[in-house]
Design a binder for this molecule. Structure first.
Ligand code: PLP
Ligand code: ZN
Length: 414
């Protein structure tokens, strides 16, 4: 916490002290960036210290975080992050790129990227003495908060659309959160949760609203740095593909790389590519129109985790691509199902939003944005077990035969 010195508004640039009690900029409503004291970090820690850490979770990056260690060692809260990266030769060859890695966020304790943010939010809640944390969620942010809260015996209240996939709702209930299903979409759950937090004094974890979620999500960038960039040492930038809904994951990853760059620990900044479904493309639209003004859409994609009318972190999400020489890609939902099937064939089970990033990479290759000499990393943001309905559509049906050798032989010969 000692390295956390305050906030700066991402829109108007206003700075605020670290004891500011609000969530967004009091002047313009913009999202706040957490400011860290890079000099102090540089004086107290070296990359080698981090590489030597025995902590196999995002807490290995504690010196670069704006919170102190919340404790709860040996629980799910203390094992969020530090997910594996898989290198796939077959998929690299098939896709015609030099190297291809998949970072599998499905391996987090509640099976999505959101555990990173929720773990940090519990630490922050503990520091400020907030006893109840509430969030709006399409499903995963809620499951992550509920899971991390259960691990630390905190209280969580979750607002989710009643149409969220069953597996995600089951997680919320199993983790013992107070679950409020809203007869409306994610955007309506978001607005209601903000009003409720104001009225009842609950600590609001909402994505693209609470400044600390991006600080949790940035730890994925630290891992990519440690797991790939420090080992591979390529002069060419790594091309990172990530799916985008509210735009907080992509903003968080961008922040992580900016932290490392400020510290002088990252010579070559990666290029960051945001991928949206054509049926939920508000940030893609803004990027394509060369503006930071986000115009809401009517989102209808099957990738529920990125189905957002009005993205809450759009400005920073646009910048993650423009400031790193990346781009935005919009893909049809059919290619998301294809992506689930293709990732499955290298042993990665992705939910639709996770496969969206992969579909975007394929499209970027087809558009010649990515070429044969490029290194690519795709972030699978969530496990396929989160949404088996979509998985079954992607996989097709299994044959059913009579339990006889005759039937088997007939089937095999067909
Ligand atoms: C939340 C989520 C996303 C999108 O993250 P944003 O911060 O909303 O852009 C992508 N994939 C999965 C699986 C998610 O849960
Ligand atoms: Zn502002």
């Amino acid at each position: 916490m000692g390295n956390f010195t305050g906030y700066q508004c991402s829109v108007c640039g206003k700075t605020l002290n670290s004891d500011y009690k609000g969530y967004v900029c009091p002047e313009c409503g913009g999202n706040l960036n957490v400011i860290l004291d890079y000099e102090q970090i540089k004086n107290t820690v070296k990359p080698e210290d981090i590489f030597a850490s025995s902590e196999k979770s995002l807490w290995r990056y504690l010196p670069l975080l704006p919170v102190s260690d919340p404790g709860f060692e040996g629980t799910a809260l203390h094992s969020a992050g530090f997910t594996p990266v898989y290198k796939s030769e077959p998929l690299a060859q098939k896709s015609s790129v030099k190297n291809l890695w998949i970072k599998d966020e499905g391996r987090n304790p509640t099976a999505s990227f959101k555990d990173r943010a929720s773990a940090i939010l519990i630490a922050r809640a503990k520091e400020i003495g907030a006893q109840i944390i509430a969030t709006a969620s399409t499903g995963n942010a809620g499951a992550a908060l509920a899971g991390m809260a259960a691990a630390s015996q905190w209280k969580a209240i979750i607002f989710a659309p009643k149409t969220a996939p069953q597996a995600k709702i089951a997680q919320l209930l199993i983790f013992g959160a107070k679950v409020i299903l809203v007869d409306g979409n994610y955007d309506s759950a978001f607005d209601l949760s903000v009003e409720a937090c104001d009225k009842y004094g609950w600590y609001c974890r909402n994505t693209g609203y609470n400044a600390f979620t991006a600080e949790g999500k940035k730890t994925a960038a630290f891992e990519i740095w440690e797991q790939i960039l420090c080992k591979n040492k390529s002069e060419k930038p790594l091309n990172i593909f990530v799916s985008v809904g509210d735009g907080n994951i992509i903003s968080g990853i961008h922040k992580g790389f900016k932290d490392l760059h400020e510290l002088g620990w990252l010579p070559v900044m990666p290029r960051i590519f945001g991928v949206q479904s054509e049926k939920s493309a508000a940030i893609f639209n803004a990027w394509a129109a060369h503006t930071e003004t986000i115009t809401p859409v009517n989102a209808t994609t099957i990738a529920d985790s990125i189905s957002v009318d009005l993205p809450r972190d759009g400005v920073r999400a646009v910048r993650a691509a423009t400031e790193t020489n990346g781009a935005y890609i919009a893909v049809p939902d059919e290619s998301i199902y294809e992506g689930i099937a293709e990732l499955g064939k290298i042993g990665v089970f992705a939910e639709p939003a996770g496969a969206t990033a992969f579909a975007g990479m394929k499209k970027a290759i087809a558009m010649d944005i990515i070429g044969e000499e490029d290194d690519v990393l795709v972030v699978n943001t969530g496990s396929g077990l989160k949404d088996i309905r979509s998985a079954m559509i992607a996989a097709g049906q299994a044959p059913i035969i009579a339990p006889t050798m005759d039937a088997l032989e007939k089937f095999l010969s067909e």
